[in-house]
Structure formats: structure tokens, C-alpha cells
Design a protein around this ligand. Structure first.
Ligand code: 4AD
Ligand code: MG
Length: 506
């Protein structure tokens, strides 16, 4: 019977057939231990010469990595093994023998792996990330659909900018300039006036001429838009939404998060209420003028620095001790290897600690020099969220740093009713949104101030002329959320085939 690895628990003790790939293998004394993968999961396949005979055993022993094959064998529970079950193989058939596989179990540089993204996707970590991404996408639809939101598809060719003119990708649309969509929001607003509650889920494009760990040129954005919602209701929805999605992943992707070695402490915190503070209060905290739970930003950064220095000291000490042991010449070969691999690990840790120390210095520098009224940089976001250790919503931003469509706060002129949700652990802004300007004259003025062509926005202004109502919305960057939930250092691993400055292939 053909089964999938993910179903093995239902077939304990039975003999089953599986089709998949040889992800990795080693052999010793008449046994081949293969990490077998079939797309739904990984398990160990044990091929015993006594069982399968010389001929099949030799085939298994020589089978190149990533060859495809079908195996038949008994399902045996073994909690120590990958996936918790192993297959005691009785028959094996090669489907296609692979050429020498470029990605081997040894370490590869990131550029090499990115160049082989089409193959890298098969590796265990990448597999886990894509599964989490899939669960997130499903949870997003579940959340909105169950609340009566209508999913809409906004156009990708657009005639106007939405999020400023500096990140536009221009293209040729039958001889006219067109831009790849930076956001579906303006179209979402139109649709919300037809359906009340809507959300878009589509690709968006930003020409970001720099390589950062948080920016892609092409990413997927989820943009709900709600008629009759004010900023408070918008923030409530953001909070419920993120809590729902993160909780679903925690419940359903335990295996994946384990593969990713994700410490879920901060993710669990989404169950508690999120912090909500105004921009000006956030600035006071960043600049160390106001403490949080008795400590200022500079106290926190100093603590962080001391912790890293202590980690560095202990790693250096351990390296010295192990090196001395090896030098003494009294160790057996196995012990030397063990100590050496531990030393290599510690040295990698030291590089990491050095980088983190440098980052802390930078944060201290930017916290000291932050200019009130500016937008937050990644460092400022990190400092702020580190003060709370949970998601933080910053609202009421200076109008100058936000988009033209943001509603001015009538109680606080000069401030826009915009909100950013900052994820903890240094992940920063994952959601941006707010209440929309409904005053036709103010909107026209803002379009002029932002030097946008009025004619391209006439249709948008109609939304204020006909059936104008208060409304709000937000945009979630899917890849930023995947990066945070999976605990990834870099956004490039969150999407099957990333597009970013300098990366168009594969
Ligand atoms: O803050 P942004 O620019 O807001 C908008 O586009 C609004 N129109 C959303 C709305 O209110 N409907 O982008 C929203 C989110 C960011 O918080 C971030 O998560 C993500 O989109 N994002 C990016 N993700 C990856 N790479 C980039 N270059 C991104 N730019 C924005
Ligand atoms: Mg933003």
C-alpha cells in the first residue's frame, strides 16, 4: 500500500510502500541508514544486507543523494529518529539516479544556496519554513473569511503611486508608463465602499535599491479595509488577527518549529494584550527619557552589552581550555575530534557575539541621536520592542513621515492616525495601517504636497464624493511575519523564490 511519511503513525507494524527521495545516508557494517523524504515529511529508512540481499544493498549503498526511489518496509516506532518512525526496508526500487548533488551535508555559503534555491527548497529547514508559511496563509484566510470579509484581487499594473514615488517599479503599458503595485489599498478602499469588509492578498512590489534583511522587491501583502472602522477598531483587529495567526502556527506547526529550533517564548506572548503607545511616548522611551518597568533604554542596552561580554568571556575560556586539552596530546582521536568540533562551534558563536555587540553599540548611538519627528529606523524599533518583549503598536505619527492618505488627528493637528505594529526580537515593523483621511480638501492638499499627479487620483477622490464614511485598514507583510514566526535571520528564506536587489534567478 502506498502511504505518505506523515501517515506513518497510522501504520505502525504494517508493511507499506513509500515514494520519495534519498535526502542523506550513511552506511556501516551491512546497514545503510537513509534519511528518506517524500515531501510530507522525513523518516529514517534502514536497509539491512541480511534482509534485502547483496545486490539491492549495493544499490542502496551507492545511491547518490537526491535520487528518487520507492521503498517497501515495515513501520517501526522509534522516538529517537527523525519523525518518530523508521522503515525497516524489505524492497527498494530506484526511480531516477541523481547526478552528483551540489548541496551536500557540509556547510555552504548563503550565496551558493540562494543560487541553488530550486534545490535548497528540499532541505529540512527550508521545508519547515514553507510549511509554516502555508499554515500562516491558511490562517489568514480563515480569520478574515470567518469574520465576513470578502477577499478581493487588486490590480498589479497601476497608474498611480500609493506608498511614495521612490520605490516604484516602472513598466511599459501599451506605450504608457505604469507601475507595479506597491499596495492594493486604494483599490481596497473602493471595494470596501461596495462590500464593507474586504481584504486583499496579493503580490506587491517595491524597488528597494539596498540589501537588507527585511526588504524584498516582491512580497505578498494582506490588506484588509473596513468601512466605519476608526483607528481604535483598526488596532483591535490587528491585535486579534496577529494573535489568531500566531496561535494557529503554535498549535499546528510544532514539528516545523522544532526543526527550526525556534524558541517560542516570545511567540507565546501574543496571548497577552499588545502594548499600544503614541509615537511621542515611544520616542521618549527610545531616547531614555522615560523608563519602562523601572529601567531606561540605556539601562536595557547596557544590560544587553554586559550579557554579551559575559558570553564572550565564557566562550573564550572554554576554547582555551579545550585547545590546551588537545595540545596536551593525551586525548584519543575521538576525543580530539569532539573537542575540535566544540571549538569550531564556539568560534562561530564568537563571531555572532561580536556582531551582536556591534549592533548594541549602534542602537546606543541611534537612541542617543534620535531626532524627534523622524521615522523609526530598524534599530529604534528593536530598542523599543526590547523594552517590552512583546508586540508593540505605535500610533499617532507625525504626518510628515506617513503616506498622503492618512487621517489627521483633529485633536492633535500635525499627527496622522496611523499605526505600525512592531514585532519583538528585533523583527520590527510587520504591519502598517491606520484611519484614512475623509476630508476631500485635505486629501487634495496632501496629494499636491506629496507631488502626486492629481489626475491619477480623481477616481480615488470620488470615494470621498460619493458615500464618504470613516474607514480604516492595514497591511501585513507576509514575509516579515514568516521571518518572525520562524525566527529567521533574513527575509530571503521566507518566500520560495525571493526577488531582491541583485537577485532575479533562479
Ligand atoms: O507600511 P506599508 O508601506 O503600508 C502600506 O503599504 C499600506 N498601504 C498598508 C495599508 O494600510 N493597507 O507596508 C505594509 C507592510 C509593512 O509593515 C511590511 O510588513 C511590509 O508591508 N513591507 C515589506 N515587506 C517586505 N519587503 C518590503 N520591501 C516591504 N515593504 C513593506
Ligand atoms: Mg510602513
Amino acid at each position: 500500500m502506498n502511504v505518505y511519511v506523515r501517515q506513518l503513525a497510522n501504520h505502525e507494524g504494517e508493511t507499506v510502500q513509500l515514494r520519495g527521495w534519498n535526502a542523506q545516508k550513511r552506511d556501516s557494517k551491512g546497514l545503510v541508514f537513509m534519511v528518506f523524504r517524500d515531501g510530507t515529511g522525513f523518516c529514517q529508512a534502514v536497509i539491512d544486507v541480511q534482509v534485502v540481499g547483496e545486490e539491492v544493498f549495493e544499490i542502496a549503498k551507492r545511491l547518490p543523494q537526491e535520487s528518487s526511489l520507492s521503498i517497501t518496509g515495515k513501520v517501526v516506532k522509534d522516538e529517537r529518529q527523525i519523525g518518530g518512525y523508521e522503515i525497516h526496508v524489505t524492497a527498494l526500487e530506484v526511480i531516477a539516479e541523481a547526478e552528483p548533488y551540489p548541496i551536500t551535508p557540509k556547510e555552504h555559503g548563503v550565496d551558493f544556496l540562494m543560487d541553488h534555491r530550486h534545490l535548497w527548497l528540499r532541505s529540512r529547514r527550508q521545508w519547515a519554513i514553507m510549511r509554516v508559511r502555508n499554515r500562516i496563509i491558511f490562517a489568514i484566510h480563515e480569520f478574515f473569511q470567518s469574520r465576513g470579509f470578502i477577499q478581493m484581487d487588486a490590480p498589479i499594473f497601476t497608474g498611480n503611486a500609493c506608498e511614495g514615488t521612490t520605490t516604484l517599479f516602472e513598466t511599459d503599458f501599451y506605450g504608457e508608463p505604469a507601475y507595479l503595485s506597491q499596495s492594493g489599498q486604494l483599490y481596497g478602499e473602493a471595494m470596501a465602499m461596495a462590500h464593507g469588509l474586504i481584504y486583499t492578498f496579493g503580490p506587491t512590489f517595491r524597488a528597494e535599491k539596498s540589501k537588507t534583511r527585511r526588504h524584498l522587491s516582491e512580497f505578498w501583502m494582506i490588506e484588509p479595509e473596513m468601512a466605519f472602522y476608526d483607528l481604535q477598531m483598526d488596532m483591535d483587529l490587528i491585535e486579534d488577527f496577529i494573535r489568531y495567526v500566531v496561535t494557529k502556527v503554535l498549535e499546528d506547526c510544532k514539528n516545523e518549529l522544532q526543526i527550526l529550533e525556534r524558541d517560542t517564548t516570545y511567540l507565546e506572548k501574543v496571548r497577552e494584550p499588545f502594548v499600544r503607545i503614541k509615537y511621542e511616548d515611544a520616542v521618549r522611551i527610545i531616547k531614555g527619557e522615560v523608563p519602562v518597568s523601572g529601567r531606561t533604554s540605556f539601562d536595557m542596552l547596557e544590560e544587553e552589552k554586559q550579557k554579551l561580554l559575559a558570553e564572550r568571556e565564557s566562550a573564550e575560556k572554554e576554547i582555551a581550555e579545550r585547545e590546551a586539552k588537545i595540545k596536551s596530546g593525551t586525548l584519543k582521536k575521538g576525543e580530539v575530534n569532539f573537542n575540535q568540533s566544540r571549538i569550531d562551534k564556539l568560534k562561530a558563536q564568537l563571531t555572532d557575539i561580536a556582531e551582536r555587540l556591534q549592533a548594541v553599540e549602534q542602537w546606543i548611538h541611534s537612541a542617543r541621536n534620535f531626532v524627534r519627528g523622524n521615522d523609526f529606523g530598524g534599530g529604534d524599533e528593536t530598542v523599543l520592542t526590547k523594552m517590552f518583549g512583546q508586540p508593540v503598536m505605535v500610533y499617532n505619527w507625525p504626518q510628515a513621515v506617513k503616506a498622503f492618505y492618512m487621517k489627521e488627528d483633529e485633536q492633535e493637528p500635525g499627527y496622522a492616525k496611523g499605526v505600525d505594529l512592531l514585532a519583538p526580537e528585533g523583527y520590527g515593523e510587520i504591519v502598517g495601517g491606520g484611519e484614512r483621511e475623509t476630508d476631500l480638501e485635505k486629501l487634495k492638499r496632501k496629494i499636491q504636497e506629496h507631488q502626486l499627479p492629481m489626475s491619477a487620483f480623481e477616481w480615488y477622490l470620488d470615494l470621498r464624493r460619493f458615500g464618504n464614511v470613516p474607514h480604516s485598514g492595514f497591511g501585513l507583510g507576509l514575509e516579515r511575519l514568516v521571518a518572525w514566526i520562524c525566527g529567521l535571520q533574513h527575509i530571503r528564506e521566507t518566500i520560495p523564490f525571493p526577488r531582491s536587489y541583485g537577485r532575479l534567478l533562479p
